[in-house]
Design a protein. Structure first.
Length: 168
């Protein structure tokens, strides 16, 4: 690509750089990852710049690229989200001599990935619902309904559900 192409790209796109930074830093809590994504957005924009027919719509086009990069980022991150078995701080032993933490982890592993994900983030990692929505790039209402459904599913799989209810 020639010098004129680069000059036009810089002239039209760089005024939107601060807006892109704010958008990415809002969407991505990890600053280093947000900076990496900014580079990815600028590279994608530079490569596709010649395909933009209406340069007055550049801001929206850049936001769309940034939004897609954020979606890809969270999809990739959610695939890597594993539930570590040693996440619990305290191991409590129930009246049968089995470790409650291991029972919790065993039950978590029986759940669907979406259920595991929200319960892990909410209860084990301590994220609030808004942060989970941002992290997974889903609406807050979806997080609330997933947590509710996941709790019901967990309760139905929990080994001592009937015994706990009998003791109440």
């Amino acid at each position: 690509m020639d010098h004129e192409y680069r000059a036009e790209f810089e002239k039209l796109c760089f005024p939107h750089l601060n807006m892109l930074k704010r958008y990415l830093f809002y969407k991505i809590s990890n600053q280093a990852d947000a900076e990496d994504l900014l580079q990815d957005v600028l590279l994608a924009a530079y490569i596709g710049f010649d395909k933009v027919k209406d340069k007055t719509m550049l801001k929206g086009w850049l936001i769309r690229i940034a939004s897609n990069k954020c979606i890809d980022y969270y999809k990739q991150k959610s695939k890597k989200l594993e539930i570590p078995l040693d996440e619990t701080d305290h191991i409590k032993v129930d009246d049968h001599g089995r470790e409650t933490a291991m029972l919790v982890n065993d039950t978590l592993h029986l759940l669907r990935d979406k259920d595991k994900q929200v319960l892990y983030l909410f209860y084990i990692r301590g994220y609030n619902q808004k942060d989970i929505a941002l992290k997974l790039d889903i609406p807050l209402g979806t997080v609330k309904s997933r947590i509710s459904a996941a709790k019901k599913n967990f309760k139905s799989l929990w080994p001592h559900t009937s015994k706990i209810e009998e003791e109440k």
